[in-house]
Design a protein around this ligand. Structure first.
Ligand code: FES
Ligand SMILES: [Fe+2]
Length: 432
C-alpha cells in the first residue's frame, strides 16, 4: 500500500476508496485485527442483556451473561449459519435459532439441540459448537472487541488517544452511558472518508456547514466562509491511526449551547465544569474534548455523540449514532443532548446531510476512468507538526491535515503487515 498512500507528499491514490480487492483486504487486515468499538457497558447493564453490533461486515452479539461477564460473539448459529439473534437489543437467557432450533445461552454455550437424544444419539459434542467468541475489553465504559488473539492490549492499542478519550468519558465520577436506541442510516461513501473527516478535518466546517453558521447553529450567528487559523484550536495525531481536534477557548459547543438554555441545564454544566477540572487537572481540562476518531471507524463528536461506522461495501457505509451522556446528569440535560443530536447530527440532522453528499462525491471519484488517475490531496500543513510538553501526540495547527496523513499511514501499515508483530505501535507517552 506504500505506493498508494504517501504521507510524506500528502498524496493518496483515490482507488483505495473503491477497489473491491482492497476493500476485502481491509475487512480482513484492518477490521479483522484492530480493536473495534461494539457498544457501551450501559447497553448491557443487567445479566442476560444483549445488544447487536458489527466488526467489519460480521454481525456481533454483545452480551452480559448470567454471571455478569461481558462477551462478544459472532451472531451466527453454528449449525447452518443463520443469524442467531434478530433483535437489536433486549434481555433473554438464551437465543433459539429460527431455522432448526439450536439454542445458545448468553455465555455462548450451546444448550439446546432438537433431537439431541433421538437423532444425534448424544454423539454431537455440544461443547465444540458454542458461539464463536471474540476477545473483548472495555475502556471507561466503551466496549471493544477483536478477532485477533495476537492483538496488543486495548490500552496499548489506544496509546495516547486514551488521554483525549478521558476528556469525553471520564468527566464525572459516575462515568457515562449511551441513551437507549440508536439512529441508523446508510451513506454512499467509502468508510475511510468520514473517518478521516472526524480525525482532523477542521477546514471543511466553515464551508460545508456554512449554512449552520448562518442560522446560528454553530454557537453564534456567523457566515464563516473564509478560513482563518484559530490559535486556540489544535489538531492532535495521537498515533495508531487515532486523531483528535482540540480547542482551548472554552467549553465544547454542546456545553456552551446548554449554558444558553438556562435553568437546570445551565446549572448542571456550571457545577460539572468544576468537577471536570478537578478530575482532569487544569492543563488537561483546557483541552475540552472535541471530535475524535478512534481507528478505524468510531467517531466521538465532542462529548455527546458516538458513531460506529460500519463498512458495507467499498461505496456503502452504515452509520449507527448514539447519544452519550454523563450517567448522573439530570433528566433535563439528557433530553437536551438527545434533542440537539437529532437536530444536528442524527440521520436527518442538518450537519449529517451537509457532510454525506460531499463524502459520496469524493468516494465515487475513484470509480471514474479519468478521475481515478489523479491523487487525493492531503498536503495542508505538511512539515509543520510539533510536539508539546503539555499534551501527548503530534500537534499541528487546526488548519492542517496531519491527522489525516497519520490515519492513512497507519491504515497502509495495517494493510501491509502480515501480523501485529510487524506493526510499529506508537506507545502511550503519558502516565496519568
Ligand atoms: S441454522 Fe440454526 S439451527 Fe439450523
Ligand atoms: Fe462535517
Amino acid at each position: 500500500m506504500k505506493s498508494l498512500v504517501n504521507p510524506e507528499t500528502g498524496m493518496i491514490d483515490r482507488r483505495i476508496l473503491t477497489d473491491r480487492d482492497i476493500y476485502k483486504q481491509e475487512l480482513e487486515q484492518v477490521f479483522g485485527r484492530c480493536w473495534i468499538v461494539i457498544g457501551h457497558e450501559s447497553l448491557i447493564s443487567n445479566p442476560n442483556d444483549f445488544h447487536s453490533g458489527y466488526i467489519g461486515e460480521d454481525p456481533i452479539l454483545m452480551t452480559r451473561d448470567a454471571k455478569g461477564k461481558t462477551h462478544a460473539f459472532l451472531n451466527m448459529c453454528r449449525h447452518r449459519g443463520n443469524r442467531v439473534c434478530r433483535a437489536d437489543y433486549g434481555n433473554a437467557p438464551s437465543f433459539m435459532c429460527t431455522y432448526h432450533g439450536w439454542t445458545f445461552a448468553t455465555d455462548g454455550k450451546l444448550v439446546g439441540v432438537p433431537g439431541y437424544k433421538e437423532a444425534y444419539f448424544e454423539e454431537l459434542d455440544r461443547s465444540q459448537w458454542g458461539l464463536i467468541e471474540a476477545s473483548c475489553d472495555s475502556y471507561k465504559g466503551i466496549v471493544f472487541a477483536t478477532w485477533d488473539k495476537s492483538a496488543p492490549s486495548l490500552v496499548d492499542y489506544l496509546g495516547d488517544a486514551a488521554w483525549y478519550l478521558d476528556l469525553i468519558l471520564d468527566r464525572r465520577a459516575g462515568g457515562t452511558e449511551l441513551l437507549g436506541g440508536m439512529q441508523r442510516h446508510m451513506m454512499a461513501t467509502n468508510w475511510k472518508i468520514p473517518s478521516d473527516n472526524i480525525a482532523g478535518d477542521s477546514t471543511h466546517v466553515p464551508v460545508t456547514h456554512g449554512s449552520m453558521g448562518m442560522i446560528g447553529a454553530l454557537g453564534s450567528r456567523t457566515r464563516p466562509t473564509t478560513l482563518s487559523a484559530n490559535p486556540t484550536s489544535v489538531n492532535v495525531y495521537a498515533g495508531n491511526g487515532h486523531g483528535f481536534i482540540g480547542k482551548y477557548d472554552g467549553p465544547p459547543r454542546e456545553v456552551n449551547e446548554g449554558m444558553n438554555i438556562g435553568g437546570v441545564v445551565a446549572e448542571y454544566y456550571q457545577q460539572h465544569a468544576a468537577e471536570f477540572k478537578r478530575r482532569m487537572g487544569e492543563a488537561r481540562a483546557n483541552q475540552m474534548g472535541g471530535p475524535t476518531n478512534i481507528f478505524p471507524s468510531t467517531a466521538f463528536l465532542g462529548t455527546s455523540i458516538v458513531r460506529m461506522r460500519i463498512p458495507r461495501s467499498p461505496l456503502k457505509t452504515e452509520e449507527w449514532t448514539y447519544c452519550l451522556v454523563d450517567k448522573d446528569a439530570p433528566r433535563e440535560v439528557k433530553a437536551d443532548q438527545k434533542r440537539r443530536l437529532t437536530f444536528q447530527s442524527g440521520a436527518s440532522g442538518i450537519m449529517e446531510s451537509d457532510d454525506s453528499n460531499n463524502w459520496d462525491q469524493v468516494s465515487r471519484s475513484g470509480t471514474f476512468w479519468k478521475a481515478k488517475e489523479y491523487p487525493v490531496n492531503y498536503q495542508l500543513g505538511l512539515g509543520r507538526d510539533k510536539r508539546s510538553e503539555m499534551m501527548p501526540g503530534t500537534l499541528s495547527p487546526n488548519l492542517s491535515e496531519t491527522n489525516q496523513r497519520g490515519f492513512y499511514a497507519f491504515w497502509a501499515e495495517m494493510m501491509d503487515a502480515s501480523s501485529w508483530s510487524q506493526v510499529k505501535l506508537s506507545p502511550k507517552t503519558f502516565s496519568k
